[in-house]
Ligand binder design. Structure first.
Ligand code: SIN
Length: 276
């Protein structure tokens, strides 16, 4: 029997009674319905192989190769996220939406835990539909029908920053523009679609005003009441809707606490639509 336990009042649910080895249309459709409702789903004790991980991801659409990160040798569509034992940082450590600088940013991510430190390294998620609904009306009016520039500036920096991860050789930086308020292609809901990691400027707006509004929006998006937090165990899987959420991997690896341990995750991304 499928059971769904909500993680917070904002988003996220831990699901039991679904086997992720089963990538049949029927099972995947059930997962997608739950995903659209809760935006991020967590499954524990899912000892899936890399092939089963890929099969599951194939249901959601074409698999995306990361612009900067080298995929695994045998499975180039899987990026292995590694935080070495003595690294204090990890990939994706501040609030963001994955690759929002792309023309068609990621639709869904499926992240599987391989090795988890005894403490630290939880992942947080935040609901960007609620962020839109609760945004100050004056700001909503200012950003109505506006676009913002999303840049990959700095995204390739992990090559120097994370010793255990390898770049694919690409260091070219580029930008794309997306509506600040996008509409979810499956639910029709409005989403606040800027993020402090990649969004640089509001188009057709004076630089100072753009900076001021983006600063206010980023602060609003960080509200803890929009979030949920997942404490990983090994062989757990998170599936999230990258269109309507933001996330960050907490880097609470401090001396005497989480430091000294490895954290390893396998990530598959599914390509999304061009935001409208
Ligand atoms: C990511 O930002 O895609 C990774 C998040 C995590 O490892 O917790």
């Amino acid at each position: 029997m499928v059971e769904v336990k909500l993680l917070s009042g904002a988003l996220g649910a831990e699901v039991t009674g679904i086997n992720l080895k089963d990538s049949s249309n029927e099972n995947c459709k059930k997962i997608n319905d739950l995903l659209l409702e809760h935006k991020v789903l967590f499954f524990r004790n899912q000892n899936i192989t890399s092939e089963e991980h890929i099969n599951l991801a194939n249901f959601f659409g074409p698999l995306e190769r990361h612009v900067y990160v080298k995929g695994r040798d045998k499975y180039p569509e899987i990026v292995r996220i590694i935080k070495g034992p003595n690294e204090k940082h990890q990939w994706g450590e501040t609030w963001h939406t994955d690759v929002s600088y792309n023309v068609r940013p990621t639709k869904v991510i499926i992240l599987r835990s391989i090795k988890i430190p005894p403490v630290g390294g939880d992942t947080m998620f935040s609901n960007m539909e609620v962020a839109y609904d609760t945004l100050d009306e004056k700001i909503k009016e200012k950003i109505k029908n506006k676009k913002a520039i999303h840049s990959s500036l700095g995204a390739a920096a992990f090559v120097e920053k994370y010793k255990e991860m390898e770049g694919n050789g690409n260091l070219d930086e580029y930008s794309n523009q997306h509506p600040i308020i996008r509409t979810h292609p499956e639910t029709g809901k409005k989403i606040l679609y800027v993020n402090s990691m990649y969004t640089k400027k509001i188009l057709d707006m004076d630089q100072n005003e753009s900076e001021d509004i983006l600063k206010k929006i980023f602060l609003h998006q960080e509200r803890l009441d929009f979030t949920c937090r997942f404490k990983w165990t090994e062989n757990a899987v998170a599936i999230w809707d990258n269109r309507s959420t933001q996330h960050q991997g907490l880097t609470d690896f401090f001396p005497g606490r989480g430091l000294g341990h490895e954290r390893i995750m396998d990530r598959i991304a599914i390509e999304g639509d061009q935001p409208i």
